[in-house]
Design a protein around this ligand. Structure first.
Ligand code: C2E
Ligand code: CA
Ligand code: CA
Ligand code: CA
Length: 278
C-alpha cells in the first residue's frame, strides 16, 4: 500500500512539475510561432439554405507546431487569452482572413463575407475599431465583407462594448453573436448591440431530432432573430434530418460537417468554385 501510495505520489508530483514547464514552453513557442508563420487559417463554408450556395466562410485558426503537429484552437486559444497573446494573434487572423478574402474576389469569385472570431481580450484594447479599420485599409477589403463573431461568454462591459460595436457597424462591418444561447447575457446583447446575425450553438443542433427541448429552443431562436430583422445561421449541422428541421423553420444559413468541415485555403477555394453563382 505504501509503495502504491509512493508511486502515486511520485507520479502526481512529476505531473505537477511538468505542467507549468509545458505551459511556459508553449507560451514562448506561441510568440515565436507568429513570426515563423506557423499559424494557418482553415475555412468552413456557410451555405444558403435555399440555393445551397456558399454565401459566407468562417476563418478558424490552426497551429502547425514543428514538433507537435497541427494543434487545434481549443488547445491554445484559452492559453493565448490568459496570457494576452490573443490580441496579436487575433489581429493576425483578421488581416490574413481579409487578405485571403480579397484574393478570392480578385480572381473573380463572387464576394462573400469572411467571419472572424473575436476574443473578449480584443475588446479590452482601446483601439479595436481602429485596428479593424486599418486592417481593412491595408487589405483593401470592403467592410461589408468582414463579419466579426462575438460570444456571449465574453464578460463585456456592455456600455463600452456597445460603443465599439456601434463604431464598427457604422464602418459597415457585420457583427454576429456566436454560440447563441449558451451564455447568460444573450437577450441583453440583442437589446444593446447592433447585431446582424445569430449563430445557433452546436449544442442545440446536435440532438434536434430527438430532444423536443432543443427543437423548441432552435425554432424560437430563429423566430426571435427574424422578428428582430437578423439573419440566423445554425452551426454544427451534421445530418440531413437536422437540415430538414432547420429548413422547415426557415433558418437562413447552415454551417457544419453535413456540407463541409473547415478546409485548407486551397481546398476551400476548390469547393467555393463548385458552389457559387459564377
Ligand atoms: P467556434 O467559433 O464555435 O467554431 C466552430 C467550431 O466547430 C470549429 O472548431 C469547427 O471545426 C467545429 N465544427 C464545425 N462544424 C461542425 C460540425 O458539424 N460538427 C462538429 N462536431 N464540429 C463542427 P475549431 O476550428 O476547433 O475551433 C474551436 C473554437 O476555437 C472556435 O469555436 C472558436 O471559439 C475558437 N477559435 C478558432 N479560431 C479562432 C480565432 O481565430 N480567434 C479566436 N478568438 N477564437 C478562435
Ligand atoms: Ca465562431
Ligand atoms: Ca460557434
Ligand atoms: Ca463554440
Amino acid at each position: 500500500v505504501k509503495e502504491q501510495g509512493k508511486n502515486g505520489y511520485l507520479f502526481y508530483t512529476s505531473e505537477m512539475n511538468d505542467r507549468p514547464l509545458e505551459r511556459i514552453t508553449l507560451e514562448n513557442d506561441m510568440r515565436i510561432a507568429l513570426t515563423k508563420e506557423e499559424f494557418e487559417l482553415f475555412y468552413q463554408p456557410q451555405v444558403d439554405m435555399n440555393s445551397q450556395q456558399i454565401v459566407g466562410v468562417e476563418a478558424l485558426v490552426r497551429w502547425n507546431h514543428p514538433e507537435r503537429g497541427l494543434i487545434s484552437p481549443g488547445d491554445f486559444i484559452p492559453l493565448a487569452e490568459e496570457n494576452g497573446f490573443i490580441v496579436a494573434l487575433g489581429t493576425w487572423v483578421m488581416e490574413e482572413a481579409c487578405r485571403q478574402n480579397m484574393k478570392w474576389q480578385n480572381i473573380g469569385l463572387p464576394p462573400i463575407p469572411v467571419s472572424v472570431n473575436l476574443s473578449v481580450r480584443q475588446f479590452e484594447m482601446k483601439n479595436l475599431a481602429e485596428t479593424v479599420r486599418d486592417v481593412l485599409i491595408r487589405t483593401g477589403l470592403e467592410p461589408r465583407y468582414l463579419d466579426l463573431e462575438i460570444t456571449e461568454s465574453m464578460t463585456l462591459d456592455v456600455s463600452r462594448a456597445s460603443h465599439i460595436l456601434k463604431k464598427l457597424k457604422d464602418m459597415g462591418v457585420a457583427i454576429s453573436i456566436d454560440d447563441f444561447g449558451t451564455g447568460y447575457s444573450s437577450l441583453h446583447y440583442l437589446k444593446n448591440f447592433p447585431i446582424h446575425r445569430l449563430k445557433i450553438d452546436r449544442s442545440f443542433v446536435r440532438d434536434l431530432e430527438h430532444d423536443p427541448n432543443d427543437a423548441a429552443i432552435v425554432s424560437a431562436i430563429i423566430a426571435l432573430g427574424h422578428n428582430m430583422n437578423m439573419q440566423v445561421i445554425a452551426e454544427g449541422v451534421e445530418t440531413e434530418d437536422q437540415l430538414l428541421f432547420l429548413q422547415k423553420h426557415r433558418c437562413d444559413e447552415i454551417q457544419g460537417y453535413y456540407f463541409s468541415p473547415p478546409l485548407s485555403c486551397q481546398r476551400f477555394e476548390e469547393l467555393f468554385r463548385r458552389h457559387c453563382k459564377q
